[in-house]
Write a protein that binds this ligand. Structure first.
Ligand SMILES: [Zn+2]
Length: 305
């Protein structure tokens, strides 16, 4: 299967260098190293002109490490993303800069708004940076004793600064199941009131403690639309750092199409044929989920079956 959006794939994370202070210092001074600035969860973006896409294709803007030693010094968090060939890639959280200083670097944008238009590998790198930056922002204090924590392992750990405690925290990603439910030759499409107008998708929900992924699929479908499913099968997974999920895709089958919308989360649900989906009006009455999502992949995969 084609790589899903926001997965870094074979990008070399070089976990073996995260504790190597000498190597890290050298890379941060190396003119070939690339720095990806983040500011309040937004990324520095340039628009490639002349590409025929209106504003142009959004590109991840990387700064030259040696020319921006001042930014390295001012960064709240420095994260080693990894190495591509010989080139080290770092993310810098510059949220401590005021708006005016940040604006001198260029335009900062939300990945969620532009990710689907970006070259896939760049979108994945930014998603990786975003996921870690979000985790750092929310783990500044120790969950065990309440003392401040500090960045360790080139941005891949935090440790409590209280010597007696010293608890180490690791980045979190929250597992969520997303499932294509079919009954014969029809697929279940639903929408939540909070989604963009007309958007319909497959069902999804967070995994709870004590559940297997398969249990979570069965429970979520039952809770949301009152349908019992069987034959739960793994499909693929996708990092979805908006803000911190790992989407685990499944397929499941229902024997009965009767729907009972139960928990109020789902505004509308209906069974649809392939022809219905192929004729999607893509307007305020009905549109498919965004092209960079695993839900879209689950649907397109079913259309080809
Ligand atoms: Zn502590």
């Amino acid at each position: 299967m084609q790589t899903l959006f926001y997965a870094t794939g074979d990008f070399d994370r070089r976990a073996d260098r995260r504790e190597d202070q000498i190597w890290l210092r050298e890379r941060l001074r190396d003119p070939s190293s690339r720095l990806y600035p983040l500011w309040h969860m937004r990324h520095l973006i340039a628009h490639e002109v002349g590409s025929g896409h209106g504003l142009g294709v959004p590109r991840a803007m990387a700064l030259d490490a040696r020319q921006h030693a001042d930014l390295v010094a001012r960064a709240e968090t420095i994260i080693l993303l990894g190495v591509d060939g010989e080139v080290a890639h770092f993310a810098l959280d510059l949220s401590s800069l005021d708006e005016q200083s940040a604006a001198t670097l260029g335009e900062f944008q939300e990945l969620r708004a532009i990710g689907a238009l970006m070259p896939q590998r760049e979108g994945a790198l930014l998603a990786y940076a975003r996921g870690l930056a979000y985790w750092h922002q929310r783990h500044r204090y120790c969950g065990t004793c309440g003392a401040p924590t500090e960045v360790k392992a080139a941005g891949h750990q935090r440790q409590c600064t209280d010597q007696a405690c010293s608890t180490v925290q690791f980045p979190r990603t929250d597992p969520a199941v997303i499932m294509r439910v079919t009954c014969g030759n029809r697929i279940l499409m639903a929408r939540q009131a909070m989604w963009p107008q007309g958007m319909h998708s497959v069902l999804a929900g967070f995994v709870e403690p004590g559940e297997s992924l398969e249990d979570a699929v069965i429970r979520e479908v039952l809770e949301e639309v009152g349908v019992r499913v069987r034959n739960v099968r793994y499909f693929a997974s996708q990092p979805w750092p908006f803000p911190a999920s790992l989407m685990l895709g499944f397929t499941a089958e229902a024997d009965d199409e009767t729907l009972h919308l139960q928990d109020g989360e789902i505004e509308e649900a209906r069974w649809m044929t392939r022809l219905d989906l192929l004729n999607s009006p893509e307007d305020a009455t009905f549109r498919l989920p965004r092209t960079d999502s695993i839900s879209r992949r689950l649907i397109e995969d079913w259309l080809r079956l």
